[in-house]
Write a protein that binds this ligand. Structure first.
Ligand code: SAH
Ligand code: SF4
Length: 375
């Protein structure tokens, strides 16, 4: 029997089969369906013999323990803070719309990219999530969304998905193949990990790509997004072109509007020059304030003006409702609050970076709790 299994959704079919070597072969399919199609714990799989249920329940533990839950908008937005088996904390956000729901999942505990305006970036990197820790967030959200249908998964929670490429890719496959969501309803958001975008372009699932741009010239972008020094805009735009050519999917650019920083007419003009040739859609999100970056988000009038000027320059832009600002539903904020209150694990970031598997990008620099913004 293998010992590689960490949690129920980390086990491969082969590992499951090894756990059930004394059982008829069809039981493996039964358990796999129970886990993925039905979202059950083994203890709840009433079509299995009682002793097998108990054995599997112990061998396939849940990865996520609920540490805190917050709700807003009449429970249309729900945010969970989970404790992982090693004490790390991550968050997941469920957003309900009429008759469907979207879940925003984390791909890492913390993030090493150190974007100045981001709460996750400010609190540094703990570790990569396992396949099971990612998939279980989707399973939990699907259960909570019922009777509505969980239709979309976006990798916009904590962490940089393309810095944890192999596990994120395996999780996408399971979300598609085993949970049954279609590729056009899966979105990977990246801050611009160019080798990861190129690799994703070669994969066989045409998932959507969102690129967190925030600035359309290298000087400003390098200040907001340190990874830009490694992969400047010219390389990033080339990778975006490749992705689009390979997948034929609409590309989107994310732009957190920061008052007086990236909301000026010149910013709109530069952004339009990048977005228009690619036919990219722009999502504007007024910056959510974070403790380590005392700059405000653009006021509603300015947000509308920015959107309208993009429209006049031939770029489609929508303003993303910052659903759940009141429950800190932006990237990493609930986790950051708990860490500030001394709840979160204090695992050092650097140790885990050297253990990263093939395909992970080198970590640009340690980024633990910086007190001053980059600007
Ligand atoms: N690391 C990936 C995915 C997680 S971040 C990425 O950066 O794309 C998800 C989104 O939240 C990104 O577009 C990110 O730029 C945005 N974001 C981070 N901090 C924010 C803040 N304080 N206000 C608004 N958006 C923020
Ligand atoms: Fe990481 Fe994304 Fe936050 Fe940047 S914006 S620190 S890449 S989670």
């Amino acid at each position: 029997m293998t010992t590689a299994v960490v949690g129920a959704y980390d086990a491969s079919r082969e590992e499951l089969a090894a756990l059930m070597a004394d059982q008829p072969r069809y039981r493996v399919d039964q358990v796999w369906r129970g886990l993925y199609a039905k979202g059950l714990r083994p203890a709840g799989m009433t079509d299995l013999p009682r002793d097998l249920r108990a054995r599997l329940d112990a061998a396939l533990p849940a990865n996520l323990q609920l540490a805190a839950e917050s709700r807003s908008h009449g429970s249309r937005t729900v945010k969970w803070l989970w404790r992982l088996s090693d004490g790390s904390r991550i968050e997941t956000v469920l957003m309900r719309y009429p008759r469907r729901a979207t879940v925003c999942v984390s791909s890492q505990a913390g993030c090493a990219m150190g974007c100045s305006f981001c709460a996750t970036g400010q609190s540094g990197f703990d570790r990569h999530l396992t396949v099971g820790e990612i998939v279980e967030q989707v399973v939990a959200a699907r259960r909570a969304a019922e009777p509505d249908h969980l239709s979309n998964v976006v990798f916009m929670g904590m962490g940089e998905p393309l810095a944890n490429y192999d596990r994120v890719w395996d999780a996408l496959r399971r979300i598609h193949d085993d949970i049954g969501l279609s590729a056009r309803h899966l979105t990977v958001s990246t801050v611009g990990v160019v080798p990861g975008i190129r690799r994703l372009a070669r994969e066989d699932l045409p998932v959507n790509l969102a690129v967190s741009l925030h600035a359309a010239n290298d000087v400003l972008r390098s200040r907001l997004v340190p990874l830009n020094k490694r992969y400047p805009l010219s390389a990033l735009m080339e990778a975006c072109r490749q992705y689009q050519a390979a997948k034929g999917r609409r590309l989107s650019f994310e732009w957190a509007l920061i008052a007086g920083v990236n909301d000026r007419p010149a910013d709109a003009r530069e952004l339009s020059e990048l977005a228009r040739p690619l036919g990219a859609h722009v999502n504007l999100i007024p910056l959510n304030p974070t403790p380590g970056y005392p700059v405000r988000g653009t006021a509603p009038d300015g947000v509308r003006a920015f959107r309208d000027s993009l429209g006049r320059m031939g770029v489609n832009a929508t303003v993303r409702q910052n659903r759940g600002t009141d429950i800190d539903a932006a990237c990493g904020q609930l986790a950051a609050r708990s860490a500030a209150a001394g709840v979160a694990g204090e695992a050092g970031g650097a140790a885990l970076t050297s253990a990263s598997a093939g395909g992970d990008v080198p970590i640009p620099r340690p980024a633990r709790r910086r007190s001053a913004p980059n600007l």
